[in-house]
Design a protein around this ligand. Structure first.
Ligand code: ADP
Length: 613
């Protein structure tokens, strides 16, 4: 972790406590507005003198006095126990690691959702689930889709490996149900089954008693990942058989569980499981589950059976010695329906890449459904991690969030008289797909434009990690750039809330959640036109689509294209503050919730329910 304090910061944070709720009952709005006006003025005064070490004590005193005055009345009106302490980079406990009010959205979002007339039983078999085992968007999607289907009256379970690193804090009613044997490489591994509830979703945890899924991260443990997920896929089917559970749909995700359709149709369907039909969602076609025949043998299938072009042969290896299999391709062939996560990515995958031929062959069962976001998990009006709440009608809290993050990371707050300082945030896995050269270029260009940028990301590749470490050392003590190499769900919420602009310059992006989450928190997206980004962000300067315009879009993969979009966004922010404010409101009001997308998934489930393979 690489945060160093700006030398001009106070050495300890002012301890001003106040209600963090800026969504007040209507009767209080008038007096609230007056208080906020006073507060705004004081923020500006604070900002003007912030960078001068000699004024530190004055700032603290001023803040303590004024903020107490402004907010103490607020604390009488709402959320009595919610208190804010202004953070500083020198705090012993960084502000995103302090204690937060409990984060439980189990009961949120049920209102206004109409129940479907014909309830079905869906089991998700997945390598990730937010927030207990999340690495990227897959975890968000499983939780969001499962909750949306539950709300519509369906029965949903999630089956997940019981990773050693799983975040147990969010699992309720965790109970060991049974121990049974599941097959791996000639023996039956004693396997524990636990049940628990995560955000209202019933979850089954599968824990083999061998070394699989041990280690401090979801992926990259010191075991053979392919064999572990093949084991997990079979263990899920085995448990369904042992417990005589026959869902309507088994919904598998990515290569990790794409072996399950093969196991189902060629093995368990001949045992006792007959009812379920299989849906596969491909979230990212970057990983294919490359597999040797002998590896597939280990889960009890005969690998040689799948080594044909029509089944699971990896087309790139035809004629090689040895040829290889691809679990993802096998999953496409053997599933009753295949979904990918945006209409544009669907087109892109039919037009390029070695799997295109297989996808074209199975075109009639291949669908593009844009992901949603869970609007209860991502809700700036109730978010437990935010220092101040806000929504489209009451935006002031966003300004507090920006100042809070700037203070906490030692970034210079916006000064009243100088050019406005847009804060750009980029929250991402630091991998080539995400446009690494564009992200590093953005650092330079944003600094040159006198803006600010915060990158929150993790790099699975050590070389990429050390490149960003070098950039962090170069910039993290300055007033405008912070590069934070770590994973923090809490900080991500705060950064989306603080951001003026959320940057997603991906080279390709199947759907992308970051831009949708950013918009939900009033951050205007700046994205490259690809995949799901092209389906969700429309350029402000495209006069022909002014009603959908909601951000800034560029097409090239060169730095110049990105710079030009940044220039346009910065000018807009600085020169048209009213229009900018309207855009912030517009993105805050956009509906990217799961409800619509869940309806499309339910149509797919219903379509395949009674079909034969
Ligand atoms: P991908 O699935 O390719 O990683 P998405 O945009 O679909 O990209 O989803 C990324 C999700 O992971 C978002 O919820 C984003 O906020 C989150 N995320 C990515 N990196 C981090 C990080 N370092 N800390 C916290 N959240 C992160």
């Amino acid at each position: 972790m690489i945060i160093r304090g700006c030398s001009s910061q106070p050495t300890s944070a002012p301890r001003s406590c106040f209600s963090t709720s800026f969504l007040l009952p209507t009767s209080n709005r008038h007096s609230f507005k007056k208080r906020v006006t006073t507060f705004k003025h004081e923020l500006d005064v604070v900002s003007c003198s912030f960078n001068s070490p000699s004024t530190n004590f004055r700032i603290q005193a001023l803040e303590a006095k004024k903020l107490d005055g402004v907010i103490s009345e607020g604390s009488r009106t709402n959320l009595q126990n919610d208190h804010l302490t202004w953070p500083s980079p020198s705090d012993k406990v960084p502000f995103w690691k302090t204690e937060f009010p409990s984060w439980d959205i189990s009961d949120s979002g049920h209102v206004d959702i109409q129940k479907d007339s014909d309830p079905i039983h869906v089991i998700h078999v997945t390598a990730e689930m937010a927030p207990i085992a999340k690495v990227g968007g897959l975890g968000d999607v499983v939780t969001g889709l499962a909750r949306a289907c539950l709300m519509r009256g369906h029965t949903v379970d999630v089956y997940l490996p019981f990773y050693e690193c799983i975040n147990k804090q969010h699992i309720k009613e965790l109970t060991l149900i049974s121990t049974y044997g599941s097959y791996h490489d000639g023996s039956w591994i004693p396997t524990n089954i636990y049940r628990g509830v995560v955000f209202g979703i019933p979850v089954v945890f599968i824990e083999p008693t061998n070394h699989f899924f041990k280690g401090q991260s979801v992926y990259g443990g010191s075991y053979d990942e392919l064999e572990a997920y093949l084991f997990f896929s079979r263990a899920c089917l085995e448990w369904l058989q042992v417990s005589a559970t026959q869902p309507d749909i088994i919904h598998v995700h990515e290569w990790q569980t794409a072996g399950l359709p093969l196991l189902y149709w060629d093995m368990y369907q001949y045992l006792s499981l007959q009812k379920p039909r299989i849906v596969l969602t491909i979230h990212n076609m970057e990983h294919y589950g490359e597999c040797r025949q002998e590896q597939l043998n280990k889960c009890g299938l005969d690998g040689s059976v799948y080594a044909t072009e029509e089944k699971a042969m990896d087309d790139r290896t035809i004629g090689h010695n040895p040829e290889r299999l691809s679990l993802l391709k096998g999953g496409i062939v053997y599933s009753n329906a295949v979904v990918t996560v945006s209409p544009t990515y669907l087109k892109e995958t039919l037009n390029s890449g070695w799997l295109a031929a297989t996808l074209i062959r199975h075109r009639d069962k291949y669908f593009g459904i844009l992901n949603g976001i869970d609007t209860a998990i991502w809700n700036p009006a109730t978010d437990a991690f935010l220092p101040a709440k806000f929504d489209a009608n009451q935006i002031e809290g966003k300004r507090i969030c920006k100042l809070f993050v700037q203070r906490g990371l030692g970034l210079a707050p916006e000064a009243q008289d100088s050019a406005k300082v847009p804060l750009v945030v980029c929250i991402t896995r630091l991998v080539a797909q995400k446009g690494l050269h564009l992200i590093t270029n953005a650092i330079r260009h944003i600094e040159a434009l006198n803006g600010q940028m915060i990158i929150l990301g993790t790099a699975p590749d050590a070389r990429v990690g050390s490149e960003f470490e070098g950039l962090a050392q170069l910039h993290n003590e300055g007033p405008s750039i912070r590069i934070l190499q770590m994973y923090s769900e809490e900080l991500s919420h705060m950064l989306y809330a603080a951001a003026d602009i959320v940057l997603v310059p991906s080279i390709y992006e199947p759907c992308g959640l970051s831009q949708m989450i950013g918009m939900r928190y009033g951050a205007v997206p700046l994205v490259r036109k690809t995949g799901g980004l092209a389906d969700t962000v429309f350029d402000m300067d495209d006069q022909s689509h002014s009603e959908t315009a909601n951000g800034f879009v560029f097409e090239g993969i060169d730095e110049g294209s990105l710079n030009c979009a940044l220039d346009r966004a910065f000018s807009f922010y600085r020169e048209k503050p009213n229009e900018w404010r309207d855009t912030v409101k517009k993105v805050l009001l956009m509906d990217n919730s799961w409800n619509n997308a869940a309806g499309k998934y339910i149509d797919v489930y219903n379509n395949v329910r009674f079909k034969h393979h």
